[in-house]
Ligand binder design. Sequence first.
Ligand code: GSH
Length: 284
Amino acid sequence: MGKLRLIIMATFQSVFRALYKVSFLTSLIHNITCFLAGLSRLFCGTKPLSIYAKGNNIPKKILILYEYEGCPFCRIVRETLSLLSIEVLIYPCPRETFKKYGHLQDSRFRGEVKKLGNKVMFPYLVDENTGKSFYESKYIATYLWENYSGGQKKPLLYRLSMMGPFLILGFFIHALMRPLPSMGILRTPSKRPEKLLELWGREHHVGTKRIREALCTLEIPYILHHSEVESKGTLKDPNTQKSFSSAKEACSYLFASYQDGSTTEESLLDYGKDDQRGKRASKK
Ligand SMILES: N[C@@H](CCC(=O)N[C@@H](CS)C(=O)NCC(=O)O)C(=O)O
């Protein structure tokens, strides 16, 4: 990552860290930053394609996605799933550190991806319906359209959002707007719930996004429903029979019930530090 870009991002990170401590501003800042992050991706996937009426090919067995919220490539896949209204089982794999790409030590699910595909890289999709599993966001998105869109055309905004300049702009603005480690970027040690939690919503819906971020940093696996059966941003926990429709309450509940240690707090200035050291060391 360019040094200037890192400095800008780390500055935003420090400013937001300070601002979120002002409690009466918290909800407002969450709303504004989630909105701007969504806008930078043209709200792709927020409005579903009306495919069910035309009998699209709904996967019989639920698709499985290893991903994390702070990863821009994973977002492309979630946007596509949301657009196609496909439910998915999410195994959140937040980073353990900014310092090293593909680092794996204490992570709950990163090791599974390494075993399945031989690399610690995200997103990683497993489709038990076809026996296929693979990396590479664009390849996964194409696969989803080919197999589960019922032959519908890709909407204009979706096609635009997948073009180079929009991808770069979206990646950067999103990273500026949601820069804190607990926003689904770095892991927070947690107790693993016995049963899968369930979340209803769409990509770029503010409440859904905030809950996804909390589930991600806590490495809590869940079923993500892209459907209107429950209102957007509804979280259900079958372990305690609790249900929430407010993001603030859902996030407080998740941290109070499952957090089991402190979030890895690092500055974005640490990004890639150990990778570079590694490279320098190997050059000697
Ligand atoms: N070309 C790949 C790039 C995937 C990628 O680089 N993912 C990053 C996250 S954004 C990753 O897995 N980093 C390793 C890590 O998080 O430790 C794609 O489009 O899926």
